[in-house]
Write a protein that binds this ligand. Structure first.
Ligand SMILES: Cc1ncc(C[n+]2csc(CCOP(=O)(O)OP(=O)(O)O)c2C)c(N)n1
Length: 376
């Protein structure tokens, strides 16, 4: 008997899906591997971008399908309504719905649980797919999407993939054969030595007494484990907001601010580097830990492994003080040396997460502690 992912891929193939794109969720990492292997697939930097790419593909006669997390729908709504819906273009959206089944991340609840109401309010039809039995409806709905030029969302519960046994290759990105357009064209001047966790350990002494705004997922959990202090703001959701939050604090406080961002998250909102460069608060350091993957959701490649150099990107947006760091010495020097303006540290990392416990601090307590620190 095929696994649920294989069954779903079969349904998509039978209904002519020929153009896919995705931004990962940990719960569907096996499905995403199979999608990438089975269809033309575009790895996205932001879910909203996928709505535009899918619209372009539909204009060329393709049958697009997207694979995203429920939080990603929040990034898509305007484009779905004023582009896809407005021009009556077809789009099937497979949504990994979080916050509804054995959810461990509290920040997933507000968006995940309200998703049906949000779709309803937006006039977007959806099907709840809680179990494999519910797959029966997918074929019919897909035919409608492409025949009647509709948007339809399939809300996939994490329960579907539970107990499905050993599935997919389960390989990290490094072992997977890269597609030709994902081959690396960049020759890094310096090569990564440490994982994100090891980098956090190296830089930890230089974070003391600073406001630290940390990227969601494993980065926040690892920082909590390596060096918790009342001035650390841990993100638990809102991917792409790390640098904007840090920028907001730096513009409103005299204290030193260190943003610990990730390549995937920074690429979701790269325009924030332009805003930061323009306003240039001298108390802001952006440390981008670049492991070339979405490390928190199963090591799916980001485009820093293909064609993007984050340091050059920051420079291009106008940040003058930038540096690459990979060795211990480079990382320490980068953290120690402080010019007058805003600074961007491109920390090169190897992929890999440390198996640490979840953050045992309520998010509102965290907020209170950070606000208390900023006031002092
Ligand atoms: C809008 C949105 N889309 C997708 C996700 C799922 N998600 C959580 S963390 C993460 C990966 C972040 O990657 P990166 O910033 O490179 O950090 P890393 O985990 O690799 O250190 C993703 C895709 C999310 N939380 N929100």
């Amino acid at each position: 008997m095929p696994g649920p992912e294989e069954e779903l891929i079969g349904i998509l193939k039978n209904n002519g899906v020929d153009f896919t794109s995705s931004l990962p969720c940990e719960k569907i990492k096996t499905l995403l591997e199979m999608v990438e292997d089975s269809f033309f697939h575009v790895p996205l930097t932001r879910e909203e971008e996928g709505v535009g790419i899918s619209a372009g593909a539909a204009l060329s006669g393709k049958k697009p399908a997207m694979f995203v997390q429920s939080s990603g729908i929040g990034n898509m709504i305007n484009a779905l309504l004023s582009l896809t819906g407005f021009y009556r273009l077809p789009l099937a959206i497979f949504v990994s719905q979080r916050g509804i089944y054995k959810e461990k991340i509290a920040a997933q609840l507000p968006m995940g649980q309200r998703l049906p109401m949000i779709l309803k309010g937006a006039g977007i039809s959806y099907s709840v797919i809680s179990k494999r039995d519910d797959f029966r409806v997918i074929g019919k709905k897909l035919r409608n999407v492409y025949a009647k030029n509709m948007i339809h969302a399939f809300l996939l519960s994490p329960e579907i993939w539970e107990n499905a046994g050993v599935r997919g290759q389960g390989l990290g990105v490094r072992e997977r054969v890269k597609k030709p357009f994902l081959t690396c064209s960049l020759q890094p001047a310096t090569s990564p030595k440490y994982t994100r966790y090891e980098i956090l350990k190296i830089i930890a002494p230089y974070l003391s007494e600073k406001i630290v705004v940390c990227n969601l997922g494993f980065p926040a959990k690892e920082l909590f484990h390596v060096k918790h202090q009342p001035s650390n703001f841990y993100m638990l959701g809102s991917m792409g907001m790390t640098t904007p939050i840090g920028l907001g604090v730096a513009l409103s406080s005299k204290k030193e601010v260190v943003v610990i961002d990730g390549d995937g998250s920074l690429l979701m909102n790269p325009g924030t580097l332009a805003t930061a460069a323009c306003l240039a608060p001298g108390n802001l350091t952006i440390l981008a830990i670049d492991n070339k993957v979405y490390g928190s959701t199963g090591n799916q490649p980001t485009l820093t492994g293909a064609c993007v150099d984050l340091e050059i990107t920051a420079k291009g947006f106008g940040i003058k003080d930038t540096v690459k760091a990979a060795t211990k010495k480079e990382l320490i020097n980068a953290m120690k040396r402080r010019g007058k303006g805003i600074r961007f540290i491109h920390a090169l990392a190897v992929s890999g997460n440390r198996d640490v416990l979840n953050i045992s601090l309520h998010h509102l307590v965290n907020k209170k502690q950070v606000m208390g620190f900023i006031k002092t």
